[in-house]
Design a protein around this ligand. Structure first.
Ligand code: DAH
Length: 351
């Protein structure tokens, strides 16, 4: 046997021994480098082929190359086995046994936002409203035009809205940026008089600790004859006090929305500090929380809904369900609502 052949046999048997004792993928990678890497044992053999007399080279070369093929194949097969075993072990470690009985708490519960939505809807049902739903993939027409937001309006800026590519038949579609388009859809569908609330997901190009690209709103709309602003104020007071379970101070501030005139915003007393803590992290020491935009529905919008604004008027409001849930349940980071991290609830406040 030539020297080189003997060396090849040595490499083979040391490799066989080494691979048999490898039990993890990172150790396998080290093994690969040790044999097949630039300075690896097999690579050294390949390099030394050049020093053989020309007539011995082909045969020796063939043998070393065959060995290389076998080593590669064995490493690959071992890698697959180890990866499978490591994945299975990681999965077992991660496993939540959903059949286990609960630890004294009710087994399963609604998500805080779903719970908030149910509570608010149930208060509004008590005030004579029905639930209406609309599509999340919306037409530009309903999301903006019908709501008195023509194409030049800043709220239509590309930064705020997720648009779909334009389509010749349907025009430009988008992910609705608010639940307000359901106002117009409902007026067109049901006519007046009308009382509806519309809960649902809305989307904006925003992502930071206090904004999520998807969030939840609830829209309210009442259209009747001779509706006064005081009915709106009374309904919202009822809604807030009912939701937080106590009488809260409130104030209505003048504001602007294109689809209402006049427009207002509702602030309630801080549910965390009651306005008593100047360094309160929830109200930032102001004592007030902005909770809801609203106003008397703009005649343009009433007409977009196919209803005669000379005969009917009404009010609308929109509030953020995620924010309401955070305020009620003392959740201080919006992202907790969306990341589905069960361990926070197991090891944190609730365990
Ligand atoms: N659509 C508004 C938003 O997303 C919220 C809103 C404000 C809705 C005033 C209304 C309203 O119905 O009257 O910011």
């Amino acid at each position: 046997m030539s020297d080189l052949k003997r060396q090849a046999e040595d490499v083979r048997s040391s490799f066989e021994q080494a691979i048999a004792s490898v039990t993890a993928t990172d150790a396998l990678q080290e093994l690969r480098v040790r044999y097949l890497g630039k300075k690896g044992e097999l690579t050294a053999l390949l390099k030394s082929l050049g020093k053989l007399p020309p007539d011995e080279r082909p045969q020796a070369g063939e043998a070393v190359n065959a060995l290389r093929g076998q080593i590669e194949e064995k490493i690959e097969r071992k890698k697959q086995d180890l990866t499978r075993a490591e994945d299975a072990a990681a999965e077992a470690l991660d496993k939540v046994d959903v059949t286990l009985p609960s630890r004294g708490r009710p087994a399963g519960a609604f998500h805080p936002v779903a719970q908030t939505m149910h509570e608010i809807v149930s208060i509004m049902l008590g005030l004579g409203y029905s639930v209406a739903l609309g599509p999340e993939i919306e037409e530009e027409h309903y999301n903006f035009e019908c709501l008195n937001m023509p194409s030049w309006h800043p709220a239509r800026d590309m930064q705020d809205t997720f648009y779909f590519p334009a389509d010749e038949e349907t025009g430009r579609r988008l992910l609705r940026t608010h639940t307000s388009p359901v106002q117009v859809r409902s007026m067109l569908q049901y006519g007046a008089p009308l009382r509806i609330v519309c809960p649902g997901k809305v989307y904006r190009r925003d992502n930071d600790p206090t904004h999520s690209p998807m969030f939840n709103q609830l829209e309210g709309l009442l259209v009747e004859e001779d509706v006064s602003f005081s009915v709106l104020k009374g309904s919202l007071r009822e809604l807030m006090n009912g939701f937080f379970g106590r009488e809260l101070k409130n104030r209505f501030r003048a504001s602007y929305f294109p689809f209402t005139e006049p427009s207002m915003e509702l602030d309630i007393e801080c549910v965390e500090c009651g306005g008593k803590n100047l360094s309160c992290r929830v109200c930032k020491g102001t004592g007030w929380l902005e909770v809801c935009g609203m106003g008397m529905v703009h005649p343009f919008v009433v007409r977009s809904g196919g209803i005669d604004p000379e005969r009917y008027n009404g009010f609308a409001f929109g509030l953020g369900l995620d924010r309401m849930a955070m305020l009620k349940y003392g959740i201080n980071d919006l992202r907790l609502l969306f990341d589905g991290n069960v361990s926070y609830f197991l090891s944190g406040r609730d365990a």
